[in-house]
Design a binder for this molecule. Sequence first.
Ligand SMILES: Nc1ncnc2c1ncn2[C@@H]1O[C@H](COP(=O)(O)OP(=O)(O)OP(=O)(O)O)[C@@H](O)[C@H]1O
Length: 351
Amino acid sequence: MIQMQDVYKVFERKGVTNEALKNINLTVNKGDIFGVIGYSGAGKSTLIRLVNYLERPTKGRVLVDGKPLDLFDTKQLRAMKKNIGMIFQHFNLLESKTVFDNVAIPLVLTKTPKTDIQQRVTELLEFVGLGDKAKSFPNELSGGQKQRVGIARALASNPSILLCDEATSALDPQTTRSILQLLKRINEEYNITIMIITHEMSVIQEICNRVAVMEKGEIIEQGTVLEVFGKPKHPTTKNFVRTVIQDSMQSNMKELIQRQSAQQRHQLDANQQIQIYKLEFVGEHASEPIIHTLYRKYVNVQLNILFANMTEIQSTTLGHMVIQLKGNNEDIQEAVAFLEDKGVTIREVKE
Ligand SMILES: Nc1ncnc2c1ncn2[C@@H]1O[C@H](COP(=O)(O)OP(=O)(O)OP(=O)(O)O)[C@@H](O)[C@H]1O
């Protein structure tokens, strides 16, 4: 478990003060794959570097497995660092050493017997899918393979925590996916807690169970991935979510519908109206035939689906829909009440 309590980090250089982290409070539970997302300069790298004490907080406390790092002596800090592996965007491999020797580095540093090193490195290379690359040099590998070496090296000392600093940012989408799947296996099979920093929401969507969104050194929103993707509150979070979930129509579609609705309104009977609503479904509501029931039950209301999208987050379906309801006000309100009763979040869209 990793905890940060009221953490601040201020950098001072040549008389210039830079408040990189402000009032950070977060808990990463054992077994989590915890994502931290933010734009460049938000403070993500500084935050993750506090966990293995590459940076020290100016104020506040970082605890690993309930123990405050600021109270550790040198020996305890060394043991803590052994317990925390880290992988990097640019892999940080030694070009002059073979794949085998790169993975062996942490074990050589801790004076592990040669036979144990041989066994452990061979086992790790098999695990990351590089069993046949032991004698290769980093410049003979693809980006994805280099990151696999980085992962094997980070696992060499049997850590219980793995920190990933933009680990897939230099990789193409397909390679990114395979590396993320490998991280998921590490989390599940070795029960390693993972903390990932990224600027890509697709990374969070793919493997994280919890997420914190950072902006200008602060955490502006955090929660389960389902909560944050389902109901983002802060405008920056909404922008990130929109990069992976299309929750509304494109603007040219909106204009077309506005024009059509305006024309239809001219032809309405005196007591009729047209209303447009945005619906959000989460979990089991997304799989129930709610719209079908609405259509069958409220025969005086004409239903028109203008937009629909379903996304899977953490094995739960998230649905977004825009519908047009035409009828008299009372019937429309009854239909809306039915949807609310079914747990659908519904909001009228004003044109
Ligand atoms: N060693 C340092 N000395 C001075 N300022 C620093 C130092 N490290 C980071 N900063 C500053 O702290 C702020 C946060 O930087 P950080 O690298 O943590 O952000 P980030 O979200 O990881 O950005 P990026 O995605 O671009 O790496 C920035 O304004 C940066 O210039």
